[in-house]
Design a binder for this molecule. Structure first.
Ligand SMILES: [Zn+2]
Length: 293
């Protein structure tokens, strides 16, 4: 079997919760594609990782993208963005590097609103995905890439960038999906990160929450044809629960979903029991390539 071409949609703050639409906005009708994927194509994944307290983003994302039990390594679940200790773990063990070592091309498809990689490298606040991309690729996708549709902005529309001086075209989530598919066609593994879900679950109104879920849904709908192609795999997962329980503004201890459709989906669904299993299980699908002689 050849290694698949994989798209991973990382959705921040998406757990598997109750079926009750009064509590779980995913069942309120605003995101039918996501709702169906969670129901029919996903398995539950533990995000607590044996460490007390609510699962958090910095440690959860580090665990997901390295396979290292990051909260156990630093002794607690760490919120927000990674500090020096977590950055070191991500720099040394991230999935992009592991794929590269095995001879595969991977990429982080998110657009950064800058034309200067050094500016990104110098940022005091860096996401796990930023740290991993800088370590593995020495760079990120920039404004110039986005303007030729070779990068996808995190809000799926670029509207947020208007407040940052961007005067280029806006795009629909559906167009963002098409741009992601074109990037994924040139890579063995492509990651896209969507964090409006966690942000709005913390700070937004119920309408805000439904709006970001609906936007995500339009994007996912545009990706559904991907796993129908032979050798293609579509994955979606998260770092911790949040948006699935409207009774609370903080994270939940719910399992997160691993959605897997296409080539290798069964391997992923059978293997990924907790966030730390994601990398080792995915790597089963990407055996070391023989060196060219
Ligand atoms: Zn959060």
């Amino acid at each position: 079997m050849n290694a698949p071409r994989t798209i991973l949609i990382f959705v921040d703050g998406l757990g598997l919760g109750l079926d009750d639409p009064a509590i779980n906005p995913i069942h309120s009708g605003c995101c039918p594609v996501l709702e169906r994927l969670l129901k029919e194509e996903s398995v539950p994944v533990d995000a607590r990782l044996g460490v007390k307290g609510l699962p958090q983003s910095a440690t959860g994302q580090a665990a997901l993208l390295t396979g290292v039990n990051a909260p156990a390594a630093v002794g607690r679940h760490v919120e927000g963005l990674p500090g020096p200790e977590l950055r070191k773990i991500v720099q040394a063990h991230n999935l992009f590097l592991k794929l590269k070592e095995r001879g595969y091309r991977s990429t982080f498809a998110n657009a950064y609103h800058t034309d200067d990689v050094e500016e990104v490298r110098g940022r005091r606040r860096q996401s796990v995905t930023t740290v991993a991309s800088l370590a593995a690729f020495g760079g990120v996708r920039k404004t110039g890439d986005m303007l030729v549709n070779r990068a996808v902005y995190q809000d799926l529309s670029r509207e947020f960038l208007r407040s940052r001086g961007y005067d280029g075209p806006l795009v629909s989530p559906r167009e963002s999906a098409a741009h992601l598919l074109a990037i994924a066609a040139d890579h063995d593994f492509t990651l896209f990160e969507y964090f409006q879900t966690d942000l709005m679950a913390h700070k937004g109104t119920p309408d805000d929450v439904r709006r970001v879920l609906s936007r995500l849904d339009e994007f996912l709908e545009g990706l559904l044809a991907w796993p129908n192609e032979p050798g293609h795999l579509l994955l979606l997962t998260s770092d911790h629960g949040n948006i699935e329980d409207s009774r609370t503004k903080v994270h939940t201890e719910n399992p997160v979903p691993l959605v897997a459709v296409g080539e290798g989906a069964e391997v992923m669904k059978a293997g990924v029991k907790s966030l730390t299993y994601f990398v080792p299980t995915l790597l089963e699908l990407y055996p070391q390539k023989k060196l060219e002689t």
